[in-house]
Write a protein that binds this ligand. Sequence first.
Ligand SMILES: [Zn+2]
Ligand SMILES: [Zn+2]
Length: 168
Amino acid sequence: MARDPDQSASGGHAEAHRHAIDADAVQSRARAYATSKGIPFTAMRQRVLGLLAASGKPMAAYEIAEKLSDARRVQAVQVYRALEFLQEAGCVHRLASQSAYFACDHLHGSGEMVVFMVCSQCGAVQEAASDLVARGLRGVAKTTGFKPLHPIIELEGECADCTSEPVG
Ligand SMILES: [Zn+2]
Ligand SMILES: [Zn+2]
């Protein structure tokens, strides 16, 4: 899998991205992953990913099930199964703090440290990969012999848009 040239060139700088998702790109990435594993890219998987890519904000599994339900009711368990696949494919992240999921169109390197910045005002999530944070955390973990498996950090706060709004 090719690395995003912008990401690998970022060096020690934290690079923030607005979460405008390239829906076609994530769909084809998920499809390619399914093909490589010899598993089907089912309609449910496509619909869950399509919804998350369009919303651009984190959603809980039950919310996704509700939105996808029409004449036929979609069960949360179906959504969880689809989400499991999409996370494996690297197209969806889970926010532990909210048990919510959102689409990602970055190509993360394996073991890359990702910082999720969650706006408590508007709910938007931005991602940044920071080598500096990664090195610091690995150093901390090393002193205790702890082996980090999912190097993900969640920061709660206010995004630039919400902060710049005039206070009334
Ligand atoms: Zn990501
Ligand atoms: Zn915000």
